[in-house]
Ligand binder design. Structure first.
Ligand SMILES: [Zn+2]
Ligand SMILES: [Zn+2]
Ligand SMILES: [Zn+2]
Length: 365
């Protein structure tokens, strides 16, 4: 057993708070030299109770409510205990890509315009490396793509298109500690250099550095190298978790005729005789094709036909998988369906459809 869990009961005097639990705070293992003092800190901070989970490298703390989570984060930061956490569900944001403003308005002008259009824009960036000007807009999580597409298609007197923003990388890398899986914003660890893994930010690294060292695997590459074994392993883990749990396994052919085991009914015993058990499964002879041999059972054939059909289906799916990204295709179809549901007239549906085809680039089909 490499894990151990400690739980304290919430105190009765705690006022009622939202039921949803905040995200866990994760502390890197090795920081806790004095567990007793640390547990006292938790008892004093997490008034609603807490649960600790020790693993080989980390200690995970789950508190009961957002207020405790915020207090604990503050306390850990004050004590300079390296940790990271995740964004609370209610604080999550949505990212959208705005295209069509080829005259490249100033960021501030665009911000003002979005404000006037009642789009709660939290952050706004001009995207780099796009063929035509594109802006990344971060909004609160109550703003949806369909709302924007339906109501905000003219910005600064220009016809625009909205797309959902996706990270190209499947996993976030923290620019402070270089670990994969949490955002820089949520990390309060001591910095590790991207290039040399030293205890400084990459901007402060030796400009004449020759030997790169990865903060995640100690290899001689920068920590954001896509060939880093740690990154490759994480991506494989994600891919594995995205695979359907149940894979198709072709059933073995039946060793014996399963139909034989069915008890003979009076109807078929009457027409075929009890000695011929192989046709005990057949329906009463009424209307049954006469040319079919009564002693030949068709069940194995139909089983193998079904197996063949399944095999054909799966080989077709394999071909499809080679030709396109099925999960992205399904995602696109689902998104289109969701948008079409909100359109009531034919004209609206047509508009939704044409707008959707324009943004197919955002799907990795
Ligand atoms: Zn970090
Ligand atoms: Zn460095
Ligand atoms: Zn590495």
């Amino acid at each position: 057993m490499d894990t151990e869990t400690v739980t304290t009961k919430p105190k009765k005097s705690t006022p009622a708070l939202p039921k949803q639990k905040p995200p866990p705070v994760i502390i890197l293992h090795g920081q806790l030299e004095d567990h007793k003092a640390f547990q006292k800190l938790l008892t004093d901070t997490a008034k609603g109770g807490y649960t600790l989970k020790y693993t080989k490298r980390r200690t995970t703390i789950q508190v009961a409510n957002k207020r405790d989570w915020e207090t604990l984060c503050r306390q850990l930061e004050m004590r300079e205990i390296s940790h990271h956490t995740y964004t609370c569900v209610e604080d999550k944001t949505h990212g959208f890509v705005l295209k069509g403003l080829d005259f490249e308005p100033e960021i501030e002008d665009l911000k003002d315009e979005l404000r006037e259009e009642n789009i709660p824009c939290e952050k706004l960036f001009k995207m780099r490396g796009t063929k035509r000007p594109a802006y990344l807009i971060i909004t609160t999580k109550d703003v949806t793509l369909s709302q924007l597409q339906r109501h905000k298609y003219v910005i600064l007197n220009t016809r625009v298109t909205w797309e959902r923003h996706y990270n190209n990388r499947k996993i976030t890398q923290c620019h402070t500690c270089q670990e994969w899986g949490h955002a820089t914003l949520n990390c309060k660890s001591k910095p590790k250099c991207l290039k040399c893994a030293g205890p400084h930010r990459v901007a402060d690294c030796d400009p004449d550095l020759v030997n790169l060292k990865c903060a995640n695997c100690d290899g001689n590459h920068a920590a954001n190298n896509p060939d880093c074994p740690t990154y490759v392993r994480k991506i494989q883990e994600i891919k594995k978790s995205e695979e359907p749990q149940k894979k198709f396994v072709e059933a073995p052919p039946p060793k014996s005729n399963p139909w034989r085991k069915l008890p003979a009914t009076p109807a078929n015993t009457a027409t075929t005789g009890t000695s011929n058990a192989t046709i005990a499964h057949t329906r009463p002879q009424q209307g049954y094709p006469q040319q079919r041999s009564p002693t030949k059972c068709s069940a194995p054939n139909s089983v193998s036909a079904a197996t063949r059909e399944c095999a054909n289906l799966f080989s077709a799916l394999t071909e499809l998988k080679a030709a396109c990204n099925i999960s992205e295709m399904v995602r696109a179809i689902n998104d289109l369906n969701a948008l079409l549901k909100e359109a009531s007239t034919k004209a609206e549906k047509f508009l939704v459809f044409t707008q959707f085809t324009e943004q197919l680039d955002s799907y990795d089909i």
